[in-house]
Design a protein around this ligand. Structure first.
Ligand code: CA
Length: 235
């Protein structure tokens, strides 16, 4: 996808006024827009030909936005599709669950349509392929870091980084548990599949090498003194 302004966007929102306004603004910005007013309708619209991005209201009747997001992430064809969730300003719980389930960004209601368009532009820019093999499959992102989990590829500031299999697994493990401190023994168990025989110092050595290779993204892996490591939480 080289021309993001022709990207196809699915807007899922049960409030007709908001859906119409959002659709109008996105179409005006050059996107191809479809709308769905229920979660069920959204799930139908997501296959067989998924959109390039989904704007998803979390407050939907029957099938909730959270359920739509969860389903979308478990389907092969949409697991890497960027999602921007719409939440009520007060509902931090929903927002956090959205991020946990892999939402790429969120916008609190009420929002300006112009802000939405800017967010859509930004998310599509971030999710655009950054090199051969880095497509729109299961892709994890944090700041300058892009990890294509299936292709075992890592890029920082669009430059590819060469990691050993263990370094790669360690990075993915920390990133998937983003914001949560991982003890050295938890990492040993997750990455080396062992709780004994290997010294916890192995973890420190691998983290050290991983940081060295990640360059400007190294600071995303934080040392939690006395506990272990964690991937820096979302801002
Ligand atoms: Ca709603």
């Amino acid at each position: 996808m080289t021309e993001h302004t022709s990207a196809r966007i699915l807007v899922v929102e049960d409030e007709a006024d908001i859906a119409a306004l959002v659709a109008y603004q996105l179409a005006h910005a050059g996107y191809q827009v479809r709308t769905a007013s229920t979660g069920r309708e959204a799930l139908r619209a997501l296959q067989p030909d998924p959109p390039d991005l989904v704007v998803l209201d979390l407050m939907l009747p029957e099938v909730s936005g959270i359920d739509v997001l969860r389903t979308l992430r478990t389907r092969k064809e949409t697991e890497g599709t960027p999602v921007i969730v719409l939440t009520a300003r007060k509902d931090e719980e929903d927002r956090l669950r959205g991020f946990e389930l892999g939402a790429d960004d969120y916008i609190a209601k009420p929002f300006s349509p112009r802000e939405l368009v800017l967010r859509v532009n930004a998310v599509l820019r971030r999710s655009a392929p950054t090199g051969p093999g880095i497509g729109r499959r299961r892709t994890l992102r944090a700041g300058p870091l892009v990890v294509d989990v299936e292709a075992n590829r890592v890029a920082v500031d669009r430059g590819e980084v060469d990691l050993t299999p263990k370094e790669f697994q360690l990075l993915v493990c920390l990133l998937e548990r983003r914001g949560r401190t991982q003890s050295r023994s938890a990492l040993l168990e997750a990455v080396w599949d062992t709780t004994a025989d290997i010294e916890t110092r192995t973890v420190d050595m691998h983290v050290g090498r991983l940081r060295a290779k990640l360059g400007p993204a190294a600071e995303l892996i934080e040392t939690v003194r006395g506990f272990g490591y964690r991937f820096r939480p979302e801002d």
